[in-house]
Design a protein around this ligand. Sequence first.
Ligand SMILES: [Zn+2]
Length: 87
Amino acid sequence: MNCDCIKRLEATVKDFHQPEVNAPIESVRCQNIMWTFGKGGGEHIGIPFRVKADAVGYRSAKGKEFSVKASYCPFCGVSTKQESGDE
Ligand SMILES: [Zn+2]
């Protein structure tokens, strides 16, 4: 990610919901986070896909879930590719 939208929005969501919660909110975490490793690695927005097949690991009712890294931040529109990118 080339922006701080995830951290910024987690803080915004916490501030927005705190008045409705009768205890201090301990944490707010975006649920579509995926991690990549190596060059350009780190925290990214991942869009979940499910693959069903008659094979081990893919036979459940919903199939096997994979996340695909978003090419652009869905909140601010900035490209998620590394600045010096060779992705
Ligand atoms: Zn963003």
